[in-house]
Design a protein around this ligand. Structure first.
Ligand code: ADP
Ligand SMILES: Cc1ncc(COP(=O)(O)OP(=O)(O)O)c(N)n1
Length: 282
């Protein structure tokens, strides 16, 4: 890759960094979820805070158990972080249940998350291997309660199908999906194209209700793609926390994700993780 690596201003030792809160599930295998978010957040020089929604029993092969955190405890984590530490952006991942989503709607409203504080909402529904990460009714609750609060909604193509019924097969259907999802309330939608595996490029479409922007990168031929969406969303949230505009932040998130997919490594017997560890090389 010839372009300079994506980066954000780094804090000097002793200076308080910008903060980002991830509201997500724990992936015991360390490939996705809050572990992936916090890795990206740290390597971009941002202080990561974490409100845990669920503990998953997970490795590279699949998810064999889920233990939800009580909804009131999830909301209390968010309140404790935001009222003391303060955050420049919030990212959500696996939200597990309707009760957790309803508690988050309330605490987000109370704290200005989605209005004063940008909210990146990754509508995580299943693991890369297809294991469900929330119950059936949570899908409707997420759409109705949190989509309208989102600064940026970042579905992959499986999530697009779930929420709109649209099967994205090309640029036209990807733009149509972005248009329909924007109608559900988020200010911006990024329809991620990583799952269009037959394409030689990986194109994401950004839409704000008016214009469409295509972000395209060469496709890395790999099945080690666990956590790609987390890398993208967490990096985008970091840039938003620095005060970047949504299009600027998404462009950084896309470059970050592209490099992380290119640096993915095999792990275990299943899908290995995409990796931001390339950042440590300079
Ligand atoms: N094989 C790949 N090569 C290059 N970029 C990829 C690849 N797979 C995914 N991406 C990019 O990684 C990000 C996450 O994409 P995607 O896989 O669609 O979402 P998710 O990880 O949430 O399922 C997007 O920017 C997408 O374009
Ligand atoms: C706890 C937890 N959160 C999210 C996921 C989704 O991971 P993956 O399937 O790799 O999808 P992206 O992170 O790439 O969107 C998970 N498996 N576990």
């Amino acid at each position: 890759m010839s372009a300079p690596p994506p980066s954000l201003p780094l804090p000097l030792p002793g200076d308080t960094p910008v903060r980002v809160l991830t509201v997500a599930g724990s992936d015991s295998g360390g490939g996705a979820g809050m572990q992936a978010d916090l890795r990206t957040i740290a390597l971009l020089g941002v202080h990561g805070c974490a409100a845990v929604t669920a503990v998953t029993v997970q490795n590279t092969v699949g998810v064999s158990g889920v233990h939800e955190v009580p909804a009131a405890t999830v909301a209390a984590q968010v309140r404790a972080v935001v009222t003391d530490i303060g955050v420049g952006a919030v990212k959500t991942g696996m939200l597990a249940s309707s009760a957790i989503i309803e508690a988050l709607e309330e605490v987000f409203g109370e704290l200005g998350i989605g209005s004063r504080v940008p909210l990146v909402l990754d509508p995580v529904a299943a693991s890369v291997g297809g294991d469900p990460l929330f119950s059936g009714s949570a899908q409707d609750t997420l759409r109705d309660r949190l989509f309208p609060l989102a600064t940026l909604l970042t579905p992959n193509l499986d999530e697009v199908r779930l929420f709109t019924g649209i099967d994205v097969v090309d640029g036209a259907s990807q733009r149509e999906a972005a248009r329909v999802l924007h109608g559900l309330g988020p200010r911006w939608v990024l329809v991620k194209g990583g799952h269009l595996r037959s394409s030689p490029v990986s194109t994401d479409v950004l839409h704000d209700g008016t214009s469409f922007t295509e972000l395209t990168a060469p496709r890395t031929p790999t099945t080690n793609d666990h956590g790609a969406g987390d890398c993208l969303g967490a990096a985008t949230a970091c840039a938003l926390a620095h005060g970047w505009s949504v299009p600027e932040a998404v462009a950084l998130g896309k470059e970050w994700a592209t490099r992380c997919v290119a640096a993915a490594y095999p792990l275990g017997a299943g899908h290995g993780p995409v990796s931001p560890l390339w950042r440590l090389l300079g």
